[in-house]
Design a protein around this ligand. Structure first.
Ligand SMILES: Cc1cc2nc3c(=O)[nH]c(=O)nc-3n(C[C@H](O)[C@H](O)[C@H](O)COP(=O)(O)OP(=O)(O)OC[C@H]3O[C@@H](n4cnc5c(N)ncnc54)[C@H](O)[C@@H]3O)c2cc1C
Length: 299
C-alpha cells in the first residue's frame, strides 16, 4: 500500500511527488507514456523562466533536474500505465489496465488535452496532415518534419505562439487563421487572417486544401498540413467518473486551498485544474497538493 500515488508525470506530477516524499510518504508515479515530463518536453527556449526558486531555467534544464531529483529520492515510477478506474474502499484502489494499486491518497496531475477538428466539428475528408498543436510540437521537437505548407487554425491568438515555435524550427507557414476579429500588433512575416473560421478540410489521403470563412466570405487555401491551435481542456475524465464537483468555467475539478477535490483524499494540481495554469502556477499548486496528500495519508 502506497501513501500517495501521483497520476501523471508532467511538471506538476513530478513536483507533487517530490513534495509528498519530502513529507514522509511512500510515493508512486503512474505515467501513461514511456517518459516523464509531459508538456514540458515540448516547451521551447527560455520561456519556462520561472520566478520560483531554482526553477528559473530553460524548460529542458528544469525537466532534467526534476527527473534527477525523482530518481535520487528513490521515488518509484511505473510507465505505460493509463489510469482507467478508481474504486473507493477504506483506501483507494487504482486500476491501470495492467494491475491494481492500493493507496491512501491520490494526486491527479493529468494535464490537458488539445481541442481537435472533431471537438470543433470541422467537416470534410478524414486525411492525414491534421495535427493538434501538442502533436505538431512533439513531432518537430523529435526532429520530424510535419509538412511543407502549414496552415494554422487559431482560437484566442493561441496559434500565434504555435507559429513562432514552428518558425523557430524552419517550418514554412502559409497563414494563421485566427477566429478573433481584433488584430494584434505582430510581424512574423506571414499572413494572419482575422475573423477567420476553418469550415472544411479536403484532400485525398493527405490534406490538400482548407475552406476558410473570412468575415463571412468563403475562400479555399492550398496546404499540406493543418495545425489546430484552439486551446486545451483539462484531462479530467476520472473526476467526472468519480462524480466529483466540477467547475464549469475551467472544466476541471473544484479544489479547496489544499488542492483537494470534493472527494476526500483525492487532490489535483496543474493544468488538469485550470488549463491556463502556467509554469509557476503548476509548481505552486503541486507543492501544496503533494504536502496535503502526504498529510492526508498520515491521518
Ligand atoms: C503546447 C504547449 C506549449 C507550452 N509551452 C510552454 C512554454 O514554452 N513555457 C511555459 O512555461 N509553459 C508552457 N506551457 C505550459 C506548461 O506546459 C504547463 O504549465 C505545464 O507543463 C503543465 O504541467 P502539468 O503537469 O499540469 O501537465 P502535463 O505536462 O500535460 O503532464 C500531464 C502528464 O500526465 C500524463 N497523463 C495524462 N493522463 C493520464 C492517465 N490517465 N494516466 C496516467 N498518466 C496520464 C501525461 O502523459 C503527462 O505526462 C505549454 C503548454 C502547451 C500545451
Amino acid at each position: 500500500m502506497y501513501d500517495v500515488v501521483v497520476v501523471g508525470g508532467g511538471l506538476s506530477g513530478l513536483m507533487a511527488a517530490l513534495e509528498a516524499k519530502r513529507n514522509g510518504s511512500e510515493v508512486l508515479i503512474l505515467e501513461r507514456s514511456n517518459e516523464l515530463g509531459g508538456k514540458l518536453q515540448i516547451c521551447s527556449g527560455e520561456t519556462c523562466n520561472s520566478k520560483i526558486e531554482k526553477y528559473a531555467k530553460r524548460c529542458r534544464e528544469v525537466l532534467r533536474d526534476l527527473v534527477n531529483e525523482i530518481h535520487s529520492e528513490g521515488i518509484e515510477v511505473m510507465y505505460g500505465r493509463h489510469v482507467e478506474d478508481i474504486k473507493r474502499k477504506e483506501h483507494f484502489q487504482i486500476y491501470t489496465g495492467l494491475e491494481y494499486v492500493d493507496t491512501k491518497a491520490i494526486v491527479f496531475a493529468t494535464g490537458t488535452k488539445d481541442k481537435t477538428r472533431f471537438t470543433l466539428n470541422i467537416p470534410g475528408d478524414r486525411v492525414s496532415g491534421v495535427f493538434t498543436e501538442s502533436m505538431a510540437l512533439e513531432l518537430i521537437t523529435s526532429g520530424l518534419i510535419i509538412g511543407k505548407n502549414v496552415a494554422i487554425l487559431s482560437h484566442n491568438y493561441e496559434g500565434i505562439n504555435t507559429a513562432k515555435k514552428l518558425l523557430e524550427h524552419g517550418i514554412s507557414i502559409i497563414g494563421i487563421f485566427e477566429e478573433h476579429e481584433k488584430e494584434t500588433s505582430l510581424n512574423l512575416g506571414i499572413p494572419v487572417y482575422y475573423g477567420a473560421r476553418v469550415t472544411e478540410i479536403r484532400g485525398k489521403g493527405r490534406v490538400e486544401r482548407i475552406r476558410v470563412s473570412i468575415d463571412g466570405k468563403s475562400q479555399w487555401f492550398s496546404c499540406d498540413t493543418l495545425v489546430i491551435s484552439a486551446g486545451r481542456i483539462p484531462n479530467a475524465k476520472m473526476f467526472l467518473k468519480l462524480k466529483a464537483e466540477m467547475l464549469p468555467s475551467t472544466k476541471g475539478p473544484v479544489v479547496n486551498s489544499n488542492m483537494e477535490s470534493s472527494i476526500a483524499g483525492i487532490f489535483a494540481c496543474g493544468t488538469v485544474v485550470d488549463p491556463n495554469c502556467d509554469f509557476d502556477c503548476a509548481l505552486q499548486q503541486a507543492k501544496t497538493a503533494g504536502k496535503a496528500a502526504a498529510d492526508f495519508a498520515k491521518q
